[in-house]
Design a protein around this ligand. Structure first.
Ligand code: FAD
Length: 445
C-alpha cells in the first residue's frame, strides 16, 4: 500500500486525507497544534467561514457534505446596516441559492473526525514540520511534547500547512527558480462576539450575512448555531480618521462604535469590554510557483493564501482537492504527471481567486452602499433573469458555480466593460428597466 504524508490537519489537509484514503493510500497527518476537539471552543470563539458551491462539491464527492450540513446555517443574502440604522437586503443569487455560515472550530473538528472515520487517517498532534526532502519524500517533525525529532518517509507528501507553510518556507523557497511573494494589505481585522439574547434568540436576522459598510472600513457578522454572531471589523491598521491605532482605550472603543455603528452599539453596549478578547490580526496574499517539486505538492492556503473578502479561501482549497483528484484519475496515478498538470492548470485559478478577493474587498468596502453600484447590479440581475445563458453575474460564477476562477474573472472583466457603457446611458436611473437598456446590453455582448 502506498503511503501518503499530509502536513497540517486543517480544513484542506483533513479533507484531502479522505480523498487519499478512499483512493487506497495509507494516510498519516502531522499537525502542529494539539487536538482542537479536546479544547473547549464555543461556537462564537472563532472566525466563521462562508461555505459555498465549490466547497460543497468537494465535500459531497467523498460523501461527507451531509455531516457538515448539520453545522451550517444558510445565508441567502446580505443585510446592509446604514449609520442611520436603515436595513437593505440584497439576495446573493437566485431563489433557493445561499452561502452557509460555519464556525471554523466546528468545521475543523468535524473534518478531523471525518478524516479519522471515513479516511482512516492517523493524526499525530503536536508535531511541527521542520523541513522536507521534496524529491525523496522525507519529512522531519519535532514532537513538541517529547522534544524528539522524527523522520517520516512516504511515497507522496502534501503540504496543507496553511498561509505560513513550513514546507514552502523551509524547503520550496530554497529551490532555484521557485517564485514567491507576500503582500500584506493595509487593513487588519479584529473579531467581536455578539452574544445571543438572554433567551438564546438572535439579536438580528439569523439567515443573513450582515454588513456595515463605511467606505474605508466595514464590520460584518455571521450567525452561529447558539444565537450569537461572530463579527469581524476590517479597518486600516493606521492612518486616517478611522483606523485601529485610533481605537485603544475603552472610551475610544465605545465612542467609535456609537458614532459609526450605532445600531450595533445598541445591541452590544458592552463592546468596550469585549474588544480585547481577540487580537488584531493582519491579512496577506501569498503567491508562489510551482506548486510542487518531486514527491511534494502544496494544497490550499500554502499554495494560494488570500484575503477573505470573497469568502473563497477554504472553498478554493477544497476545490484543489477536487482538481488534484481529477488529475490523479486522468494520469492514472502517475504522480509526476499529476503534479505537473496540477501546477500548470491550477495556478491561473489560484491567481484569479486572489485577484477576485482583492476586487471584492473594494466592492464590500466602497460600493455595496453606493446607489449607482446597486442599480448596476439590479440591471445585471434583470438581464441575467431574462437571458440566463448569456449572463451569469460574477458573484454567482464564483460562489454558485464551479466555473474556473480564471474564466470567471475574465468574464467578469468583460461584463464590467459592458456595464460601464450601460451606466453611461443618458438618464440611466430613470430608464434602467426599459427595453433600450436590454437592447444596449445585447448589442455589446
Ligand atoms: C478573517 C478570515 C475570514 C475567512 N473567511 C473565509 C470564508 O468566509 N470562506 C472561505 O472559504 N475562506 C475563508 N477564509 C480563508 C480560510 O480560513 C482558509 O483559506 C482556510 O483555512 C485554508 O485552509 P488550509 O487547510 O489550507 O489552512 P489552515 O486552515 O490554516 O490549516 C493549516 C493547518 O496546518 C497546521 N500547521 C501549520 N504549520 C505547521 C507545521 N509546521 N507542521 C505541522 N502542521 C502545521 C496548522 O496548525 C493548521 O491546522 C478566511 C480567512 C480569514 C483570515
Amino acid at each position: 500500500m502506498k503511503e501518503v504524508t499530509i502536513v497540517g490537519a486543517g480544513l484542506v489537509g483533513s479533507l484531502w486525507a479522505v480523498y487519499m484514503s478512499k483512493a487506497g493510500y495509507k494516510v498519516t497527518i502531522f499537525e502542529l497544534r494539539d487536538d482542537i476537539r479536546k479544547a473547549e471552543i464555543s461556537a462564537g470563539k472563532s472566525i466563521n467561514l462562508a461555505l459555498s458551491n465549490r466547497g460543497w462539491k468537494a465535500l459531497d464527492a467523498v460523501g461527507v457534505g451531509d455531516e457538515i450540513r448539520k453545522i451550517a446555517i444558510p445565508m441567502p443574502g446580505r443585510i446592509m446596516h446604514s449609520v442611520e440604522g436603515d436595513l437593505t437586503y440584497q439576495p446573493y443569487g437566485k431563489e433557493g441559492e445561499a452561502i452557509f455560515s460555519v464556525s471554523r472550530g466546528d468545521i475543523n473538528a468535524k473534518m478531523m473526525d471525518i478524516a479519522e472515520k471515513h479516511g482512516e487517517a492517523t493524526i499525530h498532534y503536536n508535531h511541527q514540520c521542520l523541513k522536507v526532502d521534496l524529491e525523496n519524500g522525507i519529512a522531519w517533525f519535532l514532537n513538541k511534547k517529547s522534544g524528539e525529532t522524527i523522520e517520516k518517509k512516504s511515497d507522496l507528501i502534501f503540504a496543507a500547512d496553511g498561509a505560513f507553510s513550513a514546507v514552502r518556507y523551509t524547503s520550496m523557497q530554497k529551490l532555484d527558480r521557485f517564485n514567491y511573494s507576500q503582500n500584506f494589505i493595509a487593513d487588519g481585522y479584529r473579531e467581536i462576539l455578539l452574544p445571543a439574547n438572554a433567551d438564546g434568540s438572535y439579536k438580528m436576522e439569523k439567515n443573513a450575512l450582515h454588513i456595515w459598510p463605511r467606505g474605508r472600513f466595514m464590520l460584518i457578522a455571521l450567525p452561529n448555531d447558539d444565537g450569537s454572531f461572530t463579527c469581524t471589523l476590517f479597518m486600516p491598521h493606521e492612518g486616517g480618521e478611522n483606523s485601529f491605532d485610533k481605537v485603544n482605550t475603552p472610551e475610544e472603543v465605545d465612542s467609535f462604535f456609537k458614532k459609526v455603528f450605532p445600531d450595533f452599539h445598541e445591541m452590544m453596549p458592552e463592546i468596550a469590554q469585549e474588544w480585547g478578547n481577540h487580537p488584531l490580526s493582519s491579512l496577506a496574499i501569498m503567491r508562489c510557483f510551482p506548486w510542487h517539486h518531486g514527491k511534494t505538492a502544496l494544497l490550499g492556503d500554502s499554495a494560494h493564501a488570500t484575503v477573505p473578502f470573497y469568502g473563497q479561501g477554504m472553498n478554493g482549497g477544497f476545490e484543489d482537492c477536487t482538481v488534484m483528484h481529477e488529475l490523479m484519475l486522468k494520469h492514472n496515478e502517475n504522480w509526476e504527471a499529476t503534479f505537473e498538470d496540477y501546477s500548470q492548470t491550477r495556478k491561473p485559478d489560484g491567481d484569479a481567486l486572489q485577484d477576485l478577493s482583492l476586487y471584492n474587498y473594494h466592492v464590500m468596502r466602497d460600493f455595496v452602499a453606493d446607489p449607482m453600484f446597486l442599480l448596476r447590479k439590479k440591471i445585471e440581475a434583470k438581464f441575467s433573469d431574462l437571458y440566463p445563458n448569456q449572463w451569469m453575474p460574477l458573484y454567482s460564477q464564483v460562489t454558485f458555480s464551479d466555473i474556473r476562477y480564471s474564466v470567471a474573472l475574465k468574464r467578469g472583466n468583460e461584463q464590467n466593460s459592458i456595464m460601464d457603457k450601460v451606466m453611461e446611458m443618458e438618464n440611466i436611473e430613470a430608464i434602467w428597466d426599459s427595453e433600450a437598456v436590454i437592447e444596449k446590453i445585447k448589442s455589446l455582448i
